[in-house]
Design a protein around this ligand. Structure first.
Ligand code: ZN
Length: 203
């Protein structure tokens, strides 16, 4: 990754690996973030009655303001003049506008943080399922650590937040770090007295 790559992801359509393992063209991250702060944008195609208004995401409003203020603040620090134009134009000229390698490295890091924050906000990762009351066959515990956290957790969501096929699930012990995947998952769920995989999802 470079400063130029980070700018590209924020302001341009770019290639991204999808859940199917293939690269797809996806919109600019700043466009996706703006969509989350535009009221009533999604889901109203063709309907004049519109349905209930779609609430805007207040966290997206805050993040967009933080990025805009951060970029303009850094520009001021860097060159001692205020940026007069748009956020996108500011970002586009950063790779050639940074006065030295230190600034370039700093900005690369700042932009990467923004990318991570946008991704975490728009596509939150669903937490792993805790398998309460089940004993890890590797370490023999069902709870671990001072906080008595549940040992066995089940990963069953794909990268888009949908339920994955059971062949793609995995089970991990948060205590001893033993892990099971593929066909082992169905076998282990049976051994844990959870004969039907879907039962692991309701407890
Ligand atoms: Zn264990």
């Amino acid at each position: 990754m470079s400063l130029r790559d980070n700018v590209h992801q924020l302001v341009n359509e770019h290639m991204k690996m999808g859940p199917d393992g293939k690269a797809h063209m996806v919109p600019a991250l700043l466009d996706e973030l703006r969509e989350a702060v535009t009221p009533g944008h999604a889901g109203q195609a063709g309907g004049s009655d519109g349905g209930p208004p779609i609430p805007i995401n207040p966290n997206a409003v805050d993040l967009l303001a933080k990025i805009e203020n951060g970029a303009k603040g850094d520009y001021w620090e860097m060159l001692g003049v205020a940026w007069p134009g748009t956020l996108v134009d500011l970002l586009l000229q950063l790779p050639s506008g940074a006065p030295n390698a230190e600034w370039e490295a700093y900005l690369e890091h700042v932009l990467l943080d923004w990318i991570d924050e946008i991704v975490a906000l728009l596509w939150p990762v669903k937490p792993r399922r805790k398998l309460f009351g089940k004993t890890c066959p590797a370490c023999g515990l069902s709870l671990h650590g001072d906080e008595r956290a549940v040992c066995l957790t089940l990963g069953c969501w794909d990268s888009t937040g949908e339920l994955a096929r059971i062949g793609e699930w995995d089970i991990r012990c948060e205590g001893c770090e033993a892990a099971w995947s593929g066909d082992q998952v169905a076998w282990l769920l049976r051994a844990l007295d959870t004969p039907k995989p879907e039962m692991a999802l309701v407890s």
